[in-house]
Write a protein of this length. Structure first.
Length: 350
């Protein structure tokens, strides 16, 4: 590293699924730029992410997204000198998501990050996407007390994690089947609302009655694991039994069931882990009723709630750069032969 750890500047790259993102973070949590190019319109026709299309889109978009992030951050190099040598950007490392995610998408980001690290003679840092989400709230709430109980909810994951500190995690619970975000997508598709399901369900639910249907709350009083597959099936059966029911009522009742389970488990996990704060992370963390319910639960527990801004909830590269910054300082750079791993798990302590 050319800078001291406290002032290091890291370029982050995120291409794990359908967001092409690059960001520059300095001094642990100072976001100097964050650029995200969404593929939502590309995949909306199919009702979900098409892996091959996502990979191709990353190939087309990533170079320009990185250039945009570097320019906005003001770290682009000066013009080439008289000998034709172009100096490297004012960076100290390049970090990229290595998993979990779609293999084709991951390879695009990892390959470009390694190429830049080689060309600019910078350390490469391979970052776990899930760990990146855990850092998202810390980017905007630096002064926290440990441990934190983090509810990580997205289209591919639903986990309850005790964060003892950066790099020290205990998994308290996880979904046994569908992730919460996946359930939102499937219910939205069944109702014909479109994709992505989370914001569309939330929008429809605003005009609905959350008590119109009594949907199951699986495992509500049993442990810290989650299950949403049965809820999705219950929605389908209820609509077929009552086809005259409004989409708004179905959406509101479904959303209420998901939020109740998520918050109840988070509170139970926080009490078991002696948490000094609650955190949300992942795409579903942008859901308004969930944010409000978790904030209320934290107030009842007498501890703070740390909610990332909605821009930091969805996949972004600022969280990858922040996690990469921490890893570089405390663990060191990753070997250049570090491979992408679509099934990478969150590193946990016993």
């Amino acid at each position: 590293m050319t800078a001291s750890p406290s002032t290091a500047t890291v370029l982050g790259i995120e291409t794990s699924c359908d967001e092409t993102a690059a960001a520059v973070v300095s001094e642990r949590t100072r976001i100097r730029s964050s650029v995200v190019s969404s593929q939502v319109d590309l995949h909306a026709t199919y009702g979900g992410v098409v892996p091959e299309l996502a990979g191709r889109a990353h190939l087309e978009l990533l170079t320009s997204v990185v250039a945009d992030a570097l320019q906005r951050a003001g770290v682009l190099p000066a013009p080439a000198d008289g000998a034709g040598r172009a100096p490297r950007p004012s960076l100290d490392a390049v970090a990229a998501t290595i998993g979990p995610g779609l293999m084709g998408s991951l390879l695009v980001g990892v390959s470009e990050a390694k190429a830049m690290a080689l060309a600019w003679d910078l350390p490469f840092v391979g970052v776990n996407h899930l760990e990146g989400h855990l850092f998202a709230a810390l980017l905007e709430n630096e002064a926290v007390e440990w441990p934190l109980t983090v509810l990580l909810v997205s289209g591919g994951h639903t986990m309850l994690v005790s964060m003892e500190g950066p790099g020290r995690y205990r998994q308290l619970g996880a979904t046994l089947d569908d992730a919460a975000g996946e359930a939102f997508d499937k219910v939205a598709r069944f109702l014909g609302l479109g994709y992505p399901g989370g914001p569309l369900i939330e929008r429809a639910a605003e005009a609905g009655d959350p008590e119109a249907f009594v949907f199951p709350r699986a495992l509500l009083d049993d442990g810290l694991d989650f299950s949403f597959s049965g809820l999705k099936t219950a929605v389908v059966r209820a609509v077929r039994k009552r086809p005259e029911a409004s989409d708004a009522d179905v959406a509101a009742s479904f959303q209420a069931a998901v939020v109740e389970v998520l918050v109840a488990k988070t509170v139970r996990g926080a009490l078991a882990a002696g948490a000094k704060g609650l955190c949300l992370a992942g795409g579903v963390a942008a859901n308004g009723p969930l944010r409000a319910a978790l904030t209320g639960a934290a107030q009842e527990l007498g501890i703070p709630a740390y909610l990332p801004s909605r821009a930091m909830c969805t996949d972004n590269a600022a969280m990858i750069a922040a996690a990469g910054w921490w890893q570089l300082e405390h663990v060191g750079p990753s070997p250049l032969d570090t491979a992408a791993d679509p099934a990478l798990r969150l590193p946990v302590v016993a």
